[in-house]
Write a protein that binds this ligand. Structure first.
Ligand SMILES: [Zn+2]
Length: 269
């Protein structure tokens, strides 16, 4: 009985751990754009400001139990809180099932958390927060150096320092070039500097081969969603979709299907 239960124990623990971290990511998403501290004051209802007791702050469960409403003022709580907790929990389990528990798991768990924060802040207020992407670039590079010097864990998801550095240059460089030429030919500023730093961060964590993959899938899904959006709302070329969520999606594609895709251009590197 215990043995048959045991295989589920670890993924379940990872799921719960992911949802708890997701709960913290929600705090970051709500507070970082306002330059507020993510540790104090403790969680409170954004409408009535009532502090949220611990039993109403249980990831996933509290949202369902309270049916998405504040206990004191009954105002609706954004479903984003549930979505972020669920997303982080599910991606943590997928990451665990892909590479097990080890250095590669924890490093890429941090990357996934950063991608989720950036995605939802960009959707919310149209900013890719430097406070995530810039330290992210440094963390990705430093981890690759520490790993190659001392830990020596072999994993596709832990690039060499050279690959990480090239990832930063390629990720930052390609989009900078796109942004410049787009602005040059159209006179419109289409791509923000935030997207450039985000792709550099992705390159730092995942190495240079992740850049073409992330860009390709970001553009592909971005175009599909963009066309669908235009069909629904009518053509309005002035409205630009936020690009960061698509770049984050592209990074996840590489994270989970990297070696399948990398085989396609292995001869290059
Ligand atoms: Zn309230």
């Amino acid at each position: 009985m215990i043995l048959s239960f045991f295989p589920l124990l670890l993924p379940l623990t990872v799921f719960i751990f992911g949802s708890i971290v997701g709960s913290f990511l929600n705090v970051c998403i709500a507070r970082m754009p306002k330059d507020e501290s993510v540790v104090s004051p403790p969680s409170h209802c954004p409408v009535c400001k009532t502090p949220i007791p611990f039993y109403d702050n249980i990831p996933l469960i509290s949202y369902l139990h309270l049916r998405g409403r504040c206990r004191s003022c009954r105002e609706k709580i954004s479903p984003r809180y549930f979505v972020v907790e669920f997303l982080m929990a599910v991606l943590a389990v997928l990451l665990f099932s892909r590479i097990g528990l080890g250095l590669a798991f924890f490093v890429n768990f941090v990357l996934v958390a950063a991608l989720i924060i950036i995605t939802f802040i960009d959707l919310d207020v149209r900013i890719v927060p430097d406070v995530i992407s810039l330290p992210g670039i440094a963390v990705g590079l430093v981890v690759s150096i520490v790993n190659s010097q001392w830990l020596m864990v072999q994993s596709l998801l832990l690039p060499t320092p050279l690959s990480s550095a090239l990832g930063i240059l390629l990720g930052g460089g390609v989009l900078l070039l796109v942004a410049w030429s787009y602005q040059f030919f159209t006179g419109i500023e289409g791509m923000g500097g935030g997207d450039i730093k985000l792709l550099a961060m992705i390159g730092a964590f995942l190495g240079w081969p992740s850049i073409p993959v992330a860009l390709f899938f970001a553009s592909l899904i971005g175009s599909i969603v963009g066309v669908a959006f235009m069909l629904k709302k009518g053509v309005d070329s002035k409205y630009a979709l936020p690009f960061a969520p698509f770049l984050c999606f592209g990074a996840l594609v590489y994270l989970f299907f990297g070696e399948l895709l990398i085989a396609l251009y292995q001869p290059l590197g």
